[in-house]
Write a protein that binds this ligand. Sequence first.
Ligand code: FAD
Length: 580
Amino acid sequence: MADKTTTSFMRSLCMGHIEQEVLFPFPTLSADQKETLHEIAGALEDLLGPRAEDFRQWDADGEMPSEFIEELKAFGLFGLIIPEAHGGLGLGNMAYSRTLQEVGRYDASVAVTIGAHSSIGMRGLLLLGTEDQKNRYMPRLASGELIAAFCLTEAGAGSDAAAIKTTAVRNDDGWLLNGSKLWITNGGFAGFFTVFARTDPEEGHGKMTAFIVTRDMAGVSIGPHEDKMGLRASSTTTVLFDNVQVPADNVLGDVGKGFKVAMQILNSGRTGLGGGSVGGMKRLIELATRQANERKTFGQPISSYGLIKEKVGRMVVDCYTSEAVVTMVGGLIDGGFEEYAVEAAISKVYATECLSRTADEALQIAGGNGYMREYPYERVVRDSRINRIFEGTNEILRLFIALTAMNDVGSQLQELASSMKGVLNDPIKGFGVLSDYARKHAGLATGRGEAGKLANLDESIRPQAAMFEKQTRNLAQATDRILRKHGKNIIGKQFATKRLADIMIDLFVMACTLSRVQSSIEAAGVEKASREIEILQVFARDVRVRIKRNLRRIDNNDDELLKALAVDAFEAERFRWDTI
Ligand SMILES: Cc1cc2nc3c(=O)[nH]c(=O)nc-3n(C[C@H](O)[C@H](O)[C@H](O)COP(=O)(O)OP(=O)(O)OC[C@H]3O[C@@H](n4cnc5c(N)ncnc54)[C@H](O)[C@@H]3O)c2cc1C
């Protein structure tokens, strides 16, 4: 049985091990949780279903009326993940993500308002708060009396979060907080802020600490509502701290460990954004299929044309595979796995990019109507664009995904190097490590190692499972190869890192999809699961083609040419050529 404190499916996969028991069987909700979710979905349909016109208007106005936020509070939407003992619904990660999926079907601004509260605003309190802190704030957060916000970003510190300049200086009464935070979701009405500040300001990139700050503390103020491209009805503001006296017992987690706290919050909250993205895709598939059936050109509904079928078929594949990966990550978290950061990052990158594609293609299917504000498509395109930027940009997450894996493989290579020394000092001990390493790699190279196989899958999906096994061996060898080629310089080799990340993303999504389809086959039989098997077939073929291309380009690529073109453009700060 996998050790839940140390096992990460993807980190093992990069070393050629398929930890099958981590992802199989596909996670499911208990009958009780399913019933609760059905009730929530039904009630949300009553609450949000009739509001389509309101959502359109609030997007145009750039604001959500406060009466509607009161309705969200009354509904209990701010207490989703708060334990029942503190007045919340106590949903686990999977059920929470599924709820955001339901909200995401109706309106992304509503989903992000609720999501920023639960996924990031108050999640630090849930994960790391003391009993006293929980008793003080949880009930008011559950009722929505306090809405939560997450305050990390500053004008000079977005992706480079460690560069924040907000400071907290210790004094007799606790900490004195000074600084300003940028683009804070829910800033306009939040009463509870998880704030990150430097607590040893003298040093350049100072150590960070997380604090609980409330709106009633003197010196807290907010800036104006931002005028945004999308999510226009959600609240985004600056939040300013001017000599705010924060009590000592409002430190969240350990002093000096704020960066880790921020990452823990973001990792754990990723299924919220993933769930919202899946909900958005499901809604778009409803809209696009209805539109394609109704719209006729050349005497035929456009749904009869191959080019439209291709788009809708791909939407279905994107949605199914995204739901598989987002559900899986929720299941890992609920199942008590502690090392899920890479998998969670993959789910965020994958689901947000699938939603972007789906939104773009749904708009295309709607043609000119898709471009008109009267229809929902252009709003979904605008709303979904931010998902690839916030809660970790997809570029930064790709670097994180691949560098984490390479760090593991690198440590193993270092072990090998030190065991070589061991051969000189202690031949027997050194030989043990060496032969272990050699065996593993021989297994990878020949594909004979049991650790590199998926067992007990239905015959109908064996070809896709075999492809997964083969590409796992390729992944492990590619990781090894990239690392040997670049060594420590890998940090600066972003083209290579991205390639590895893309292979990892494809393989994790593939593994989650295999698990989902296998569960459907076990539950309903091959015939009833035939459509799902077809989804797997399409996805697997795409994955194989993409991975092959990525592998080929490790050694044979245009990286240096592209870099040179970019450097030239940076120098000129313009396009150099013209035809007149
Ligand atoms: C609507 C909205 C809501 C938000 N809500 C919140 C919130 O509630 N709380 C909060 O704290 N923040 C929030 N943010 C901020 C958001 O998290 C940041 O915008 C995001 O982290 C990116 O930071 P940045 O905008 O400074 O971009 P930058 O960090 O300047 O990045 C610019 C570009 O460079 C790329 N890049 C940066 N560094 C590297 C690198 N090393 N290698 C390769 N590429 C790199 C990035 O991927 C990006 O494409 C919100 C932002 C928006 C727009």
